[in-house]
Design a protein around this ligand. Structure first.
Ligand SMILES: C[S@@+](CC[C@H](N)C(=O)[O-])C[C@H]1O[C@@H](n2cnc3c(N)ncnc32)[C@H](O)[C@@H]1O
Length: 279
């Protein structure tokens, strides 16, 4: 096994791993990560893994086949235009959340504004937004100190000037102070079968699950964000598709205007928008 070429290893191991979590694409990414090369180099040069690298690959395959998300094994995940450091203290950023980033960027140009990313986790949303809009004041908050440590690493690695704040939702902030509040809060019901999907059981439960059928944190944020928004400020929030009616209802009952919902790539309502008019 030692001194084997990457492409032979991929072929051999993908046959052994049929019906397991670790598929051919995962194998490619693991080898690329271990050898610190890119995909072109892998297929052009077919480099050899030494004994230690082969042992590391085998250990990584075992972890992946136990269901651990590839992002935790690799220690990073691509999100928007960034390569984010990821560990078990943060949710693995999802492609659906890029819809939220895309919408915020489509609504607001590069003029300075003050934005809060509530429940920032790895910093995925706030750091992506700052990387596109460096004149914005971006605040990223989380209740988890461990998540904020990951966001701090991502802030440093991406050389972005965002403010990281420890807070229980909005309790650390001043009222009437933000132009935009964004959030991808925990919104999964504790009995939801999605908690059993590939890799999810390895993620922090407090980043995923909310009481009241998954709506507790969404309700709290919609109810309270309006006090922390300036006149004409907006709240943009991610939720599960089946929560879309409840979310619209909550926006309406809390006097948000110009309420809109946006679909993810699967055609499901995933992100909701509402504006607060104070004057
Ligand atoms: C679904 S994750 C989103 C992480 C990241 N924004 C993303 O989109 O990948 C929800 C985040 O909310 C944080 N959170 C949970 N309860 C919170 C609270 N009471 N106050 C602030 N953050 C909280 C969790 O620690 C977690 O990082």
């Amino acid at each position: 096994m030692c001194g084997q070429n990457s492409l032979e290893l991929i072929n051999e191991l993908s046959k052994e791993n049929l019906d397991q979590y670790c598929n051919k694409e995962d194998l490619e990414l693991l080898i690329i990560n271990i050898l610190d090369i890119d995909r072109n180099f892998l297929y052009r040069e077919n480099p050899t893994l030494n004994e230690n690298q082969t042992i590391l690959l085998k250990k990584s395959i075992v972890r992946r086949n136990l269901g651990e998300p590839l992002a935790y094994i690799l220690g990073n995940k691509g999100f928007w235009n960034l390569d984010l450091l990821i560990n078990q203290n943060v949710l693995v950023p999802r492609p659906e959340t890029e819809l939220l980033v895309e919408k915020v960027l489509s609504f607001y140009d590069s003029k300075p504004l003050k934005l809060l990313d509530l429940g920032t986790g790895s910093g995925a949303i706030g750091i992506s937004l700052f990387s596109e809009r460096p004149l914005w004041d971006v605040y990223c908050s989380d209740l988890s100190y461990k998540a904020l440590q990951v966001a701090q690493e991502n802030k440093k690695n991406n050389q972005v000037k965002v403010y990281l704040i420890h807070a229980n939702w909005l309790n650390a902030f001043c009222k009437n102070s933000f132009d935009v509040i964004v959030s991808n809060p925990p919104y999964v019901d504790q009995n939801d079968e999605r908690l059993l999907e590939d890799g999810v059981s390895f993620e922090p439960l407090e980043a995923l699950v909310a009481q009241e059928g998954g709506l507790k944190d969404i309700k709290h944020i919609i109810l309270n964000a309006k006090k922390y928004l300036r006149d004409n400020g907006s709240l943009i929030i991610e939720h599960a598709p089946e929560q879309s009616k409840d979310v619209i209802d909550l926006f309406e009952r809390n006097a948000y205007k110009n309420i809109r919902q946006f679909k993810d790539l699967n055609g499901d309502d995933r992100v909701s928008f509402g504006k607060i008019i104070k004057k």
